[in-house]
Design a protein around this ligand. Structure first.
Ligand code: C5P
Length: 307
């Protein structure tokens, strides 16, 4: 069964990590309404956990309730059905979803769950679909899903599906979850959204350099999240969360919103600093910290197949 073991009921636990966008530039708009972007995706060692048990009868069944997500709308179910449809696989699965990531949070919770489902069932159903093919299929589930299938820190273009690896040194991040869910389409269709930001040339950056502070400072100086001003205007809780983090910024690296919000993050110089910020803010905010991870936790397990 590979690296991951089954519990007493036969379920295999598979992590679905959060992502943050170190920056997000909206570079244009396609004729279908989707926006072209340039963004840097980074995974954090914190997220949902999905549990899978193969069924022989072909049914896809979510065994627990997820508040606010009826099974027919759940990207987990949609991902499993997509994989069955594309491959003609006759097997099914019971799936339990332990949600830790907020919905409408900009941390990619639903997208990560969908990608974990594709990776896990590809393995458990022994389909051996190459990762690139899974990525190609994943975009029909959402623009962020291909990144999680790709499974490493990435620079993304297109609507998020054109991915190249990016080396960003591991660091700790504090994440604040404002008490609000931000609907992504509302942010993207806002009249005030800047849609013509020039793509930055990453090869001219110190990404991959030795000093983490330099990298964060470079992102801070040369990039931004174009969705942030819109989300802050429509959802003042997001601005409030950013303001709460400002006093803790270091070396020019301040807080920023992830994706279309609502969550905001602060790069930290050490674990100790991150834990101190959490300690300071935890009475007023839902807040946590985690290190970045270079590879998806399922990367090795889901990769020992045709690539
Ligand atoms: O693909 P996903 O379901 O995450 O996107 C949600 C909505 O966000 C889309 O329907 C679209 O309105 C908007 N969006 C966009 N451009 C992107 C990603 C999302 O306009 N690159």
């Amino acid at each position: 069964m590979g690296a991951l073991g089954a519990d007493a009921a036969g379920f295999i636990a598979c992590p679905a990590p959060a992502k943050i966008n170190l920056f997000l530039h909206v570079t244009g708009r396609r004729s279908d309404g989707y926006h072209t972007l340039q963004t840097a995706f980074l995974m954090l060692d914190h997220g949902d956990v999905l549990h899978f048990r193969v069924r022989a009868d072909g049914a896809i069944h979510r065994v627990n309730d997820v508040p606010g997500v009826p099974p027919e709308q759940d990207l987990v179910i949609r991902a499993a059905l997509l994989l069955k449809e594309k491959t003609g696989c006759s097997r099914g699965a019971d799936i339990r979803v332990d949600k830790r990531l907020p919905m409408g949070g900009g941390l990619g919770g639903g997208s990560s769950d969908a990608a974990t489902t594709l990776l896990a069932l590809n393995k458990l159903w022994q389909l051996e679909v190459p990762r690139q093919t899974l990525q190609d299929w994943a975009v029909s589930l959402g623009a962020d899903v291909p990144f999680f299938v790709f499974g490493r820190t990435a620079l993304a273009e297109g609507i998020g599906e054109t991915l190249v690896p990016l080396h960003v040194p591991t660091s700790w991040y504090v994440v604040v979850e404002p008490p609000v869910a931000v609907p992504t389409p509302e942010i993207f269709r806002d009249k005030g959204l800047t849609r013509d930001t020039e793509a930055v040339i990453i090869s001219a950056s110190p990404v991959g350099g030795e000093l983490q502070a330099d990298v964060q400072e470079w992102f801070q100086r040369h990039t931004r999240n174009d969705l942030q001003p819109v989300a802050c205007r429509l959802y003042p809780e997001v601005q409030k969360a950013l303001d709460a983090l400002v006093p803790f910024g270091f070396s020019g690296a301040g807080p920023r919103m992830s994706g279309s919000g609502a969550c905001v993050f602060l790069p930290c110089s050490s674990r100790a600093q991150a834990e101190k910020v959490v300690e300071e803010l935890k009475t007023e905010w839902r807040v946590w910290c985690a290190p970045s991870i270079e590879l998806h936790p399922l990367h090795a397990w889901a990769s020992d197949q045709a690539a």
